[in-house]
Design a protein around this ligand. Structure first.
Ligand SMILES: [Zn+2]
Length: 203
């Protein structure tokens, strides 16, 4: 246990190489959009998007380039909460909002495209197990960390074209085939035959 804790503690701050990458990616600026202060490398504080004290890891993906003041300001808030407090939205939040506009089948195909499996809930009673299909919420929370805005806009457009393509295809396959086989065959065999028989018997 102590070994694990020591290991985690040693990773509380980013290594110099990661700090340099973080600094460069942030374009030498404090990443708090309300601040944006130009920073010298030594001035940068690498903050955690998800607080270390709340189990956030010290990785580049979980780090944010901040000035001293903004890092103090963020305190233990997660990055998205911090941004929301200041009236900004982080990327995941705005993606979630965009995903909300899609319907369940669009979300499903988006998940398939990214090879994500979204599991529905399983409910059990004394005799049976019921599998519930994943809800929209479950899809969105999984997808929001992976998809890009472009993904969402293309899938939003695609759905209409896919739907337009599929329906006529089904219609043309089934209806004409059935119609040409059954109806004319029946019509030519029975009706004239009956008609001619009846007519002849009557007369
Ligand atoms: Zn700042």
């Amino acid at each position: 246990m102590s070994w694990f804790d020591d290991d985690r503690d040693s990773k509380r701050t980013l290594g110099i190489r990661d700090k340099q990458i973080l600094y460069r990616n942030a374009k030498d600026k404090c990443e708090n959009p309300a601040c944006g202060k130009k920073l010298r490398f030594e001035e940068m504080v690498s903050g955690h998007k998800k607080a270390w004290s709340k189990g956030g890891n010290t990785t580049l993906a979980n780090s944010v380039c901040l000035c001293y003041t903004c890092n103090k300001l963020q305190h233990n808030d997660s990055w998205d909460v911090f941004l929301n407090k200041q009236g900004f939205k982080d990327k995941t939040t705005s993606l979630k909002e965009k995903l909300e506009t899609l319907n369940i089948s669009q979300l499903k195909s988006l998940a398939e495209k990214h090879y994500i499996k979204v599991k529905g809930t399983v409910e059990e009673d004394l005799f049976n197990t019921y599998r519930k299909a994943p809800t929209k919420k479950q899809y969105i929370s999984k997808l929001a960390t992976i998809v890009s805005e472009k993904d969402i806009t293309t899938i939003a457009k695609k759905k209409t074209t896919v739907a337009a393509k599929k329906k006529p295809a089904v219609a043309t396959k089934k209806k004409p085939a059935v119609a040409t086989k059954k109806k004319p065959a029946v019509a030519t065999k029975k009706k004239p035959a009956v008609a001619t028989k009846k007519k002849t018997t009557k007369q």
